[in-house]
Design a protein around this ligand. Structure first.
Ligand SMILES: CC(C)(COP(=O)(O)OP(=O)(O)OC[C@H]1O[C@@H](n2cnc3c(N)ncnc32)[C@H](O)[C@@H]1OP(=O)(O)O)[C@@H](O)C(=O)NCCC(=O)NCCS
Length: 183
């Protein structure tokens, strides 16, 4: 056989990343949650929060939540690679059926389906906790976030122009929502 036709040993196709296991977060997950959140802050397109968080701040955030506002984590190989939470939208009683959403995936685990898994679970939890809808605010410059929400059938409510200031420049923020049909 001419050497040009010699077969090279078949290379194993790269394994697709395995699905993450999603579960309720506990106090032991807080350091990982904090590290992932701080990556989101440093990215500058995920949130209008721009001070990275300390452990004490995250502990307060976690401890002050009632059971109606869960935090969940996605884990792979025993490591937390993403988290999501339902947050109070307003203290006014009439908004009792509305939850605000946060979702963050570790930088090296993005684009592998973790966000989609977290969204599916947090929406199930929102239904179980009798929320009627989920709302969120995303920077218009966040294509990954917007695609994830569109994929989960969130609709655009509208754009707040020059709503926040990051690194000295005004940024636009889009409000999105999803009415939760009975599961
Ligand atoms: C936004 C975020 C949570 C998405 O999670 P993820 O695990 O990367 O998302 P998934 O892999 O499940 O992908 C969801 C969809 O977004 C698409 N997507 C992922 N990254 C993208 C990017 N950079 N640009 C455009 N689309 C992107 C995926 O292709 C997929 O759509 P498809 O199924 O039609 O192909 C994640 O990128 C992240 O943590 N970003 C930083 C924090 C942040 O922005 N949080 C949201 C604040 S509003």
């Amino acid at each position: 056989m001419p050497s040009s036709m010699a077969r090279t040993p078949k290379q194993a196709a790269p394994k697709p990343p395995e699905a993450a296991a999603v579960r309720s977060a506990g106090a032991d997950d807080l350091e990982a949650i904090r590290a992932i959140y701080n990556e989101g802050i440093e990215d500058g397109i995920a949130t209008l929060d721009y001070d990275v968080k300390t452990h004490a701040q995250m502990r307060d955030w976690f401890e002050q939540r009632s059971t109606r506002y869960p935090v969940i984590v996605a884990c792979r190989d025993g490591q937390v690679v993403g988290w999501a939470s339902l947050n109070p939208y307003s203290h006014r009683c009439a908004y009792n059926g509305v939850a605000d959403l946060s979702i963050y995936v570790r930088r090296d685990a993005r684009g592998q389906g973790v966000g989609t898994e977290l969204m599916a679970e947090i929406e199930e939890l929102a239904r179980a906790k009798d929320f009627h809808k989920i709302v969120l605010h995303a920077l218009t410059d966040n294509p990954a976030g917007r695609r994830l929400y569109e994929k989960r059938d969130f609709r655009d409510v509208g754009v707040f122009k020059e709503q926040g200031r990051l690194d000295g420049r005004f940024v636009d923020v889009i409000a999105m929502e999803k009415i939760l049909a009975a599961g």
